[in-house]
Design a protein around this ligand. Structure first.
Ligand code: MF3
Ligand code: CO
Ligand code: CO
Length: 255
């Protein structure tokens, strides 16, 4: 399809969609506690998006996905389907929210601790967040997609974690997943050159063990092949004249 450059008007609409996406993540944090089910998290987010935001939860019925959010617990890498799974003290869960407003998508995910997870689980989540930010900090006109992937991969591997290769970031706008693919590993100076007006996600998945993954029989849930813990963070990022603007910052990060 090719990479679309967003006009200033489209950028303003993407800013709105990004803000709403972050608002859902800000809202759901207080609900992530031992005893809640992932289905209950899905219902709370769905109702908030539909009733409070007058927006659309993009995952629902997307290529047959049955729920409004993704909930990926512990060894689940991504695309976990909400269900009757009860969150327990010590779990880590990624909640991935994609909202459509005025026809434009915002996409962001965060890791949430359930009660008090062990330090090694919290560390994986923290390093994954830092890896995402190191990737985002590469973004400016004239940089290359490979610069993003390289920054993430080097930092992950310095920490003896592995980078999942089967799933990547993506262009986003009127379409949920559009060009380019944003790999979370790579070589500096290679790949597409960034231009002002591009909008894409950076969403690294890091595993505590080996990088290999397995798709479960439900056709969606992706787990680590060795059942090691996995973590993911995601932001939607605009390439600006001087660098980048993150469209999905939470209220606490917007100052
Ligand atoms: N939000 C995911 C992403 O970051 C995609 C989820 S697709 C779904 O790209 F169908 F599982 F919702
Ligand atoms: Co995404
Ligand atoms: Co997402």
């Amino acid at each position: 399809m090719g990479i679309t450059l967003k006009t200033k008007e489209e950028q303003a609409l993407m800013r709105i969609s990004g803000r709403l996406t972050a608002d859902v993540l800000d809202m759901i944090g207080a609900h992530v506690r031992p005893g809640i089910t992932t289905d209950e998290l899905d219902r709370i987010c769905h109702n908030y998006i539909v009733d409070e935001q007058q927006a659309i939860p993009a995952p629902l019925n997307y290529r047959g996905f049955p729920k409004s959010i993704c909930t990926s617990v512990n060894q689940v890498v991504c695309h976990g389907i909400p269900g009757d799974k009860v969150l327990r003290d010590g779990d880590m869960v990624n909640i991935d929210i994609t909202v459509i407003k005025n026809g434009y998508h915002g996409d962001s995910s965060r890791m949430f601790a359930v009660g008090a997870p062990p330090p090694h689980a919290e560390k994986l989540a923290r390093i994954t967040r830092e890896a995402m930010w190191l990737g985002i900090q590469q973004v400016r006109p004239g940089a290359h997609l490979g610069d993003i992937g390289h920054a993430i991969q080097v930092f992950a591997e310095q920490n003896r974690y592995s980078v999942v290769r089967e799933y990547c970031g993506h262009g986003i706008g009127r379409v949920f997943h559009e060009d380019p693919q944003v790999l979370h590993y790579g070589t500096p100076g290679t790949g597409v050159e960034l231009q002002e007006g591009m909008i894409f996600t950076v969403e690294p998945m890091l595993n505590a063990g080996k990088r290999h993954v397995k798709l479960m029989k439900d056709g969606w849930t992706v787990v680590t092949k060795d059942r090691s813990l996995s973590a993911q963070w995601e932001h939607t990022v605009l390439v600006t004249a001087s660098g980048y603007e993150v469209l999905t910052l939470g209220a606490a990060e917007r100052q």
